[in-house]
Structure formats: C-alpha cells, structure tokens
Design a protein around this ligand. Sequence first.
Ligand code: CAA
Length: 262
Amino acid sequence: MNFEHILLSRHGEGDRQTGLITLNRPKALNALNDALMDELGQALLDFDQDPTVACIVLTGQDKAFAAGADIPELARHDFMSAYRSELISRNWETIRRVRKPVIAAVAGFALGGGCELAMMCDTIIAADNARFGQPEIKLGVIPGAGGTQRLPRAVGKAKAMDMVLTARMMDATEAERIGLVSRVVPLAQLLPEALQMGALISTLSGPAVMLAKEAVNRAFETGLSDGVQYERRVFQALFGTPDQQEGMAAFLAKRPPVFEKA
Ligand code: CAA
C-alpha cells in the first residue's frame, strides 16, 4: 500500500526498532479523513507484524497532532449513509488490534477525533503547546470515536463533562495534572522523548511488554476482581517464559538481562 497521508520511519537498531508514524495532512491540521484512517490502520498493523519493530510512536506536526475527523467529509452524511458506511468505526478501531505499545506524541491541537485517537494509544506524551478538546458539540454532534467513554475513564466525570459539553480546550499543564497525559516536555523535546521511551521499551521482554499492555487495558473492560484474577494468571504464565528466567537470573548475577524481542 502506498501511503499518501502519513509518513513512516524507523528508529533504532536491528530487531529492536521503534516505528514512527507521522500524520501528514498539515494543511488541514491533519484532519482525519477516511483515506488517512485506512492508511493509519494498515501502517499500525504492518508495524505490529514486523519482527524488527518493538514499539510504535504516533505523531503529527508542531501545530496539530490532529484537529479531528475531516469535517467536509462528515458534512456529506445523513443517518443512513453514516450507518451504512460505519462512519467513525470501520477504520478507527484498527488501533485496538495492535499488541505492541503505541505512544502518542502530541503537539498542538488534539481535537475531536484527534483527542480520541491520542486516547486510543497506550500513553500520551504532550509538548508544552498541546491543546486537547472535544469540540463536536459545536458542530451539533457528539464525540464519535470513543471520547464520551475514554475521557471519563481517563480524567473523571466532572472534567469529561466540562470538555464534552462546553468544547473547552485544555492545555498541556492541565492535561498532565488530571492524568490525560503521562508527561509534558518542551516542544523541541517531544519526538526525542517519545523515541527514547520507545527505545527503552524495546530493550525489555517483548512477551512481557505485550502482556503488560493487555493487562492494563483489561482494567478498562472488566471489574476489579476479574481484572486482578486475569493479572494473576498472566503473571503466573510468564514464569513459563525464558525472559522470566533471564530477567531474574540477570538480577541475581548483577548483570544486564538480554530479553527476547517482541
Ligand atoms: N476537518 C477538516 N479541515 C480542518 C479541520 C477538520 N477537523 N480542522 C481544521 N481544518 C482545516 C481548516 O478548514 C483550514 O483549511 P483551509 O486553510 O483550507 O481553510 C486549515 O485546516 C487550517 O485551519 P484554521 O484556519 O481553522 O486554523 P486556526 O489556527 O485558525 O484554527 C482550529 C485551528 C481551532 C483547530 C480550527 O481549525 C478548528 O476549530 N477546527 C475544527 C476542530 C473540530 O471541530 N474538530 C472536531 C471534528 S468532528 C470529530 O472529530 C468527530 C469525531 O468524534 C471523530
């Protein structure tokens, strides 16, 4: 597949690389049209299947991570065409199938579907100019890519209602304070920081990293006792892996571990 709306690159060495996906419709502030979302889904699955890639970073440009779904494209729909074409679902859910970690590196606007896309990633690193918002209410609709569900889980009901009902934009400082993003860094440091995080994760046990991601995600899908039970089983299962032997032996021998790749 030839990609027109995204750029791909790889960072790091050998079979422990970080795949970088850059949304690339800067003139439209990376508005997420159907063609871009098809490409993004394909690129995510390609990196996920690639044995030389251990981690994925998703980013945009300095002005915008993404300013939401493509409004001219949305404006053409009525209910039946939205329903028939599985609007904002057919190619937006692909990211949930990715088993390797996906880090969102967000600078500038992350609005509407852009904010929702960032929240679908496993963690968000924000530049100090990042602005998050769910402005769909101003278009006479509501968030359609999980915003009403992921936002309250990430930041609680009061802040989620504040953003969804008023369309207010939140700056990076507030987003970090309430737990929407994991770290805020100066704009120039955004990509280096995200790639460094990717490089660090790439040195760890691939199987443990993928199962850790799965276990944390399980917290959003299940009750506490089922989640803890699931975690316990995964924890016990990892004692059947060479990486558990290696990690613990290396600690006891006071040497660095050498883990299996993802
Ligand atoms: N879709 C399509 N084009 C968009 C866009 C979008 N979501 N957001 C911005 N653009 C385009 C603008 O139309 C403009 O194009 P032209 O130069 O051809 O006119 C270009 O990007 C630059 O935008 P602005 O001139 O508006 O830039 P600004 O700095 O003055 O404002 C902004 C920036 C506040 C982000 C403003 O562009 C804006 O409000 N954008 C819309 C944000 C929005 O409502 N997002 C939600 C979309 S709906 C959705 O996402 C549903 C869902 O849940 C999935």
